[in-house]
Design a protein around this ligand. Structure first.
Ligand code: F6R
Length: 603
């Protein structure tokens, strides 16, 4: 879990490296550092805390260089201290390295190096890399060969970039962690993710596992583990650089909530034609023979997966959703007629990748439903379907949840037609409602009273979210969003489960958000009355037309009436806003909540 970046130019790289690191902070932000070289040796500057702290120690002007690497860290080996911050150097200071991932065999490598006289200054697994490269350089090896031989000794998952003191080149490789080259006009770039350098270039090359990249100011070479040259296409990223910046909003999260009408339009663009679903990647018949669907995912993506499971089950497809880390522990039965769908915004979540690997090993067909083209999930699954939500920087997933669910509705339509041979009843109304979804989300955002409602939640002891059917997954998602950015206790329940235990928690200090979809309404209303009897305030989030719920509840956050399968997506937007405004009132670190990171690439 970390972000790495590099720049190789003919002018000073420092400012560009710092800008890239700021763009990568969503990947980790407990320490940051850079190393540059300008032909007079390597200079390293690093600091615990955010990139701003690093920047403030770089004002003297004595750290500059045309070639540089940078790192923003989320600790795995060793606490977040100045010593453990990257880049790391070898004993002679000839080589500096940055790394994202985990070197599984670092203890053995470190002991070997120590027995040969190397002294270590950090607790990290990464530090073995510069020592190993320096050892080979000392043996007289050329830089590329020294790097290649070092990489061959590493076990684990990694993206690595190094610089060497007298060499205007960045050497990089990856295995299981993302790495992208940015091809610029006067300099070349490298990073864990495109937004890092998007303000400098939109020409990108996604590296594959085991690629070795040798990057100079005006050239790059990519070879495989054996040293054979491998062609990798240069792709144009059509994200506007503005997309990756905060614009007029105080926080990325708020910006991304407001982007949902646009991102949903992108998700749906060209994929609905009257009664037909058009998924270029999956023409009719693609899923013939599939008898069972399993979803694997984590966190917010798992809630989207639950939503997908509900849709498919209701439409007659055998479907189940699994928390990815549990699936890896207790894999469910699969065969060659099972489709295992990994729902993952980043496409890099280690637990989800492992679950997909388990499924693949046992003969299932795998599909990545992801936001990131070129991500590990997209490249390693048999198929990939992109949610097209654009980059999401806020750690709390918002617009990607909406786009995941909208994409799952489309995929569900394709699947159900292939698996059962029939379009679902109501499918044309559902597709029409899906086309109206971006506008409905716009209506929610423009009229939301979530800020006022969130103020009444301040100081309460707990916050509960309940719903039935598709609203249950949104109850879980509403609670996750609330707790992760407010740091207050929040929990989601299936509304029917309240009386089986959770009701004991309900007091006048525990507001309850009751999410109605227009289905199972009588039961939800009786749950609401159970809650009110215990004195808890109820905030109903439901279609405007649901007058019964609106009248019973203490507060009402309405959403436009639409197909019942889609109401919960609209309710979720209200809950995103409630969480955002409550966290903002509490002055929380909304875009980078404590202890969390955007992309969880460790198990
Ligand atoms: C919460 C959140 C996380 C992610 C989870 C999976 O707001 O963003 O719960 O949903 O870490 O990440 P992806 O979707 O990248 O696999």
């Amino acid at each position: 879990m970390c972000g790495i970046t590099a720049r190789v130019g003919t002018d000073d790289s420092l400012d560009a490296l710092l800008a890239s690191l700021k763009n990568l902070e969503y990947r980790g932000y407990d320490s940051a550092g850079i190393a540059v070289q300008n032909g007079t040796g390597i200079k390293v500057s690093k600091h615990e805390g955010e990139v701003a702290q690093l920047e403030s120690q770089l004002t003297s002007g004595d750290v500059f260089g045309e070639v540089g690497i940078g790192h923003t860290r989320w600790s795995t080996h060793g606490p977040p201290t100045n010593e453990n911050a990257h880049p790391h150097t070898g004993c002679q200071g000839r080589v500096a390295a940055v790394h994202n991932g985990i070197i599984d065999n670092y203890t053995t490598l470190r002991e070997g190096l120590q027995s040969r006289g190397h002294e270590f200054t950090s607790d990290t697994d990464t530090e073995v890399i510069p020592h190993l490269v320096e050892e080979r350089l000392a043996d007289g090896m050329a830089p590329e060969a020294a790097f290649r031989e070092t990489v061959a000794q590493l076990d684990g998952s990694y993206a690595i970039a190094i610089i060497i003191d007298d060499d205007p080149t960045v050497y990089a490789t990856r295995n299981g962690s993302p790495l992208v080259i940015g091809v610029g006009e006067t300099a070349n770039y490298l990073a864990s993710d495109v937004p890092a350098f998007l303000e400098f270039t939109d020409q990108v090359i996604y590296l594959e596992d085991d690629d070795i990249a040798v990057i100079t100011p005006d050239d790059y070479r990519i070879s495989d583990g054996n040293g054979s040259w491998v062609p990798r296409p240069v792709e144009t990223v059509d994200w506007d650089p503005e997309d990756a910046e905060k614009g007029k909003y105080d926080h990325y999260m708020l910006k991304e909530i407001h982007e949902q009408p646009t991102s949903l339009r992108q998700t749906l663009h060209g994929r609905i034609d009257g009664d037909d679903v058009i998924l270029e990647e999956f023409p009719p018949g693609t899923f013939e023979g599939i008898t069972r669907v399993q979803f694997v995912a984590c966190g917010t993506s798992y809630h989207a997966a639950m939503y997908g499971e509900g849709l498919l089950s209701e439409w007659g497809v055998d479907a189940n959703s699994f928390i990815a880390s549990e699936y890896a522990a207790y894999p469910a039965p699969v065969d060659e007629n099972t489709l295992v769908i990994g729902v993952t915004q980043s496409g890099e979540t280690a637990d989800t990748l492992e679950a997909l690997q388990r499924a693949r090993d046992r003969g299932a067909r795998t599909l990545a439903l992801t936001n990131v083209i070129g991500s590990t999930a997209a490249r390693t699954c048999d198929d990939a379907l992109f949610i097209r939500a654009g980059p999401e920087i806020g750690v709390a997933a918002t617009k990607t949840f909406s786009s995941q669910v909208a994409t799952l509705v489309l995929l569900g339509e394709r699947l159900v037609r292939d698996v059962t041979g029939e379009p679902t009843d109501e499918h044309s109304q559902r597709l029409a409602a899906l086309e109206s979804l971006p506008g409905d989300v716009e209506t929610v955002i423009e009229n939301s009273q979530a800020a006022a409602v969130s103020r009444r939640c301040l100081g309460d002891t707990g916050h509960f979210f309940v719903g039935r059917g598709s609203a249950y997954s949104v109850a879980l998602e509403g609670a996750l969003k609330f707790k992760e950015i407010t740091y207050e206790h929040a929990e989601g329940f299936a509304a029917g489960e309240l009386k089986h235990g959770p009701l004991a928690l309900v007091t006048p200090e525990t507001p309850i958000f009751a999410i109605g979809t227009g289905r199972h309404q009588n039961r939800l209303e009786s749950n609401v009355r159970e809650i009110q009897t215990r004195g808890a305030p109820v905030i109903a989030v439901a279609p405007r037309t649901d007058s019964e719920l609106a009248d019973t509840a203490d507060e009402f956050l309405p959403v436009p009436a639409t197909h019942s399968a889609l109401v919960a997506i609209l309710a979720n937007v209200q809950l995103q806003l409630v969480a955002y405004h409550a966290a903002n009132e509490m002055d929380r670190s909304i875009d980078k909540p404590r202890n969390l990171a955007k992309s969880v690439t460790v198990e």
